[in-house]
Design a protein around this ligand. Structure first.
Ligand code: BES
Ligand code: ZN
Length: 589
């Protein structure tokens, strides 16, 4: 392709797969998907066409009923194996017969015991950043958008849901099976392909939204996310009309490795958001915002990932401001900034990983995943908003979405559009430094909040004996607690840990952010009573945001180093392949 994706073998100049027809059988016994992918080309094509695969077994390729020669190259550890098909001149569609590997990096196969119901197995996919190729042989670059139809056949007691419009469901060809059909009429980048299979039920939450999950979590999920329709309306105010028809979402089993994933028409969410007090619904707002920034206007490659995440965090916080006010936004921004400083310090302030636009050829996107594109991106977009003024910037955002809808763009395309629509603003804020240089520029916006200052001062005074007033702190919001815990010293004497836990019951917190922050302090302090809870948490939860810092802390503390290995050994099988790899790297360090 004229613009190369460093993480794909695809060359769009050879031809473009613009739609796909999938027919896959799900075999829980062998942990394989088996079937066919029919790839349709945007224009008649002949000659070699390179596709991305990872650990796929290619059984045959045919075009117009005739066999097509193909070669499957040796596997590269990061980007997988190049599959070259030699298409006869004039080919408009070809079919690949294939099977996935039980170790497919996008798929997690769960035993019944790893689900809430405990009786039926479960399977789900997570394709971002470069795992679609382990499920479908495809041009696995966000530059290559396609529409698709899919049929999936599963054991008859299971249900298939997919990030697509559901069609008919009925008995499969083999006895004891059921087939589910789907159609995706809007073109998507491959990383947004997603499905799940399990004992899945649903409840309507609004005219355009429904929650799917296992029966055991349905009631809790419906309550937690009851405000989804309000969010949808708030998001449309920021961006313009919602173009994906429905905004449904699926609350996943605990092993889901992310907080949320913006699969179009069916966002995936971690059950760790079910705090019981709606205190973590910002993640739903975030995934919803991706319906515009990410899913309509898509990063061209992982080097432009900040275009997806920076704008989405900005939108998430605009929605928050709209629903909960400006103070709530300031607090969320402050929490984000703390996370950003931590991430940048751990890379080193002059590390290339602290740039917005990255140069990631030869690196594994799962390894350099960090808060930088999110929170540095957020600060940059907020700075642009301040410089342009809100009214002008709001108009700019709506134009940006409309102009680039259903396309995948580079950072340079964004910069050119910015200059065209808001001339002079880039120079005014020194956009060059923000986008292309390491570290955090001096003109980063600060978010003033009296509440924030109060909480941070309390935490800063901790070592001098300053303590929050117990009754007042019991009434703190979840965000208040997050700020306070983030600002406390990382290592506290045992009696101070005990004081915190006895007064505020931190070990039995339902809010997973507070709980995880606390468990990290306790582990880093060598304070033992919460370790059982840590062990239980690491057995139930596969979200990398929690696994990584917890394992890092347990591993870095002499007292708990062996425990980290022991807990991992007991739970590794239950983690998603991506999460397992991440923790392995930590424990090897
Ligand atoms: N698209 C991301 C998740 C992702 C990124 C998966 C890169 C794989 C590779 C999603 O929108 C996201 O950012 N999730 C966050 C939540 C958010 C509120 C910051 C998460 O999972 O924590
Ligand atoms: Zn995101």
């Amino acid at each position: 392709m004229s613009r190369r994706d460093p993480h794909s073998y695809a060359d769009l100049d050879q031809g473009r797969v613009s739609s796909m027809d999938l027919d896959l059988n799900v075999d829980f016994a062998t942990r394989r998907l088996e079937g066919t992918a029919t790839l349709k080309l945007a224009a008649a094509t002949g000659g070699p066409l390179d596709l991305d695969t990872r650990d796929l077994e290619i059984r045959g390729v045919t075009a117009a009923g005739k066999e097509v020669p193909f070669t499957l190259a040796d596997k590269d550890d990061i980007i997988g194996s190049r599959l070259t098909v030699e298409l006869p001149a004039g080919t408009t569609a070809f079919r690949i017969d294939y099977a996935t590997s039980p170790a497919a990096s996008a798929l997690q196969w769960l035993e019944p015991a790893q689900t809430d119901g405990g009786k039926l197995p479960y399977l789900f996919s997570q394709c971002q950043a470069i795992h679609a190729r382990s499920v479908i042989p495809c041009q696995d670059s966000p530059l290559a958008r396609f529409t698709f139809q899919a049929r999936m056949t599963v054991p008859e007691d299971l249900t298939v849901v997919m990030a697509a419009a559901p069609g008919e469901a009925g008995p499969g060809a083999a006895p004891g099976t059921r087939s589910f059909s789907f159609e995706m009429p809007q073109s998507i980048p491959p990383y947004l392909f997603a499905f799940a299979v399990g004992n899945i039920v649903s409840q309507d939450l609004g005219p355009r939204s429904r929650v799917y999950t296992e029966p055991e979590t349905l009631k809790k999920s419906a309550w937690e996310f009851a405000d989804v329709d309000k969010m949808l309306l708030a998001a449309e105010e920021v961006f313009g009309p919602y173009l994906w028809d429905r905004f449904d979402f699926l609350v996943m089993p605990g092993s889901f490795p992310y907080g949320g994933m913006e699969n179009p028409r069916l966002t995936f969410l971690t059950p760790t958001l079910l705090a019981g007090d709606r205190s973590l619904v910002n993640v739903l707002a975030h995934e919803l915002a991706h319906s515009w920034t990410g899913n309509l206007v898509t990063n061209a490659t992982m080097d432009d990932f900040w275009l997806n995440e920076g704008f989405t965090v900005w939108a998430e916080r605009r929605i928050l401001e709209n629903l909960d006010g400006v103070e709530a936004k300031s607090l969320a921004s402050a929490i984000g900034r703390n996370g950003l400083m931590e991430a940048m310090n751990s890379f080193g302030m002059d590390s290339p990983f602290t740039r917005l636009q990255t140069d990631s050829k030869g690196t594994d996107p799962d390894e350099f995943y960090s808060l930088v594109p999110y929170e540095k991106g957020y600060l940059f977009v907020s700075l642009l908003e301040q410089a342009a003024g809100r009214e002008k910037f709001d108009a700019f955002i709506k134009n940006y979405i409309q102009h680039f809808s259903f396309t995948s763009i580079t950072t340079a395309q964004f910069e050119a559009f910015l200059e065209q629509e808001l001339p002079g603003v880039a120079a005014q804020v020194d956009a060059q430094q923000w986008i292309h240089r390491a570290g955090l520029p001096d003109n980063a916006p600060e978010f003033e909040s009296e509440r924030l200052a109060m909480l941070e001062n309390l935490a800063k005074g901790w070592s001098d004996g300053v303590r929050p007033e117990v009754a007042a702190a019991k009434a703190w919001s979840a965000e208040d607690w997050q700020i306070f815990l983030q600002a406390l010293p990382r290592v506290l004497p045992a009696d101070e840990c005990r004081w915190l836990d006895e007064n505020f019951d931190l070990t039995s917190q339902g809010n997973s952010e507070i709980l995880c922050n606390w468990l990290i302090i306790a582990a880093g302090s060598g304070y033992e009573p919460p370790l059982d809870r840590t062990r239980q948490f690491l057995a139930e939860v596969g979200r990398m945001k929690y696994l990584k810092p917890l394992y890092t802390t347990l591993h870095a503390t002499a007292k708990t180093r062996d425990l980290a290995k022991e807990i991992f050994a007991a739970n590794a099988d239950g983690y998603h392949p991506i999460a397992r790899g991440g923790v392995e790297r930590i424990l090897a360090g």
